[in-house]
Write a protein that binds this ligand. Structure first.
Ligand code: FES
Length: 153
């Protein structure tokens, strides 16, 4: 199958990979770059487990073709903490006990970071609306909203 070389920045590190043109960003991260923090739930754009930021904007990595990202800046859950210091939203998830199994958590946190950056944190209802693409089968939505409110200040 046709392949392409893609060079992109992930969490501030430059990476070059030769990928099958059908490779998703999600598979590039997990299988080529050794970054398994971004989770694969549905692989079809329905669950939000694979949420990452591209140039600061939220996307579903499973729906994004890696070859289209030449030159892009990607941020994943692995890139949020500052050394040993957790990102305020990571800390808020711990403080608010905002997870049970944890599988959706990286996607929830990346989506929450985007939600805060976009300024959609005026009320609990607004946060729920703007994070409605992130499914939690354990049903931790109330606490997830509390965590986003905490980090948003
Ligand atoms: Fe991408 Fe579900 S794995 S939206």
């Amino acid at each position: 199958p046709p392949t392409s070389r893609v060079t992109l920045s992930v969490n501030g590190d430059r990476h070059t990979a030769l990928v099958d043109n059908r490779t998703s960003l999600l598979d590039l991260l997990r299988e080529h770059l050794g970054l398994p923090g971004t989770k694969k739930g549905c692989d079809a754009g329905a669950c939000g487990a694979c949420t990452v930021l591209i140039d600061g904007r939220r996307v579903n990595a499973c729906l994004t073709l890696a070859v289209r990202l030449d030159g892009a800046k990607v941020t994943t859950i692995e890139g949020l903490a500052d050394g040993d210091r957790l990102h305020p939203l990571q800390q808020a998830f711990i403080d608010q006990d905002a997870f049970q199994c944890g599988y959706c958590t990286p996607g929830q946190i990346m989506s929450g970071v985007g939600c805060i950056k976009e300024g959609h944190t005026g009320s609990a209802a607004e946060i729920r609306e703007w994070m409605s693409g992130n499914i939690c089968r354990c049903g931790c939505y109330t606490k997830i909203v509390l965590a986003v409110e905490q980090a948003a200040g």
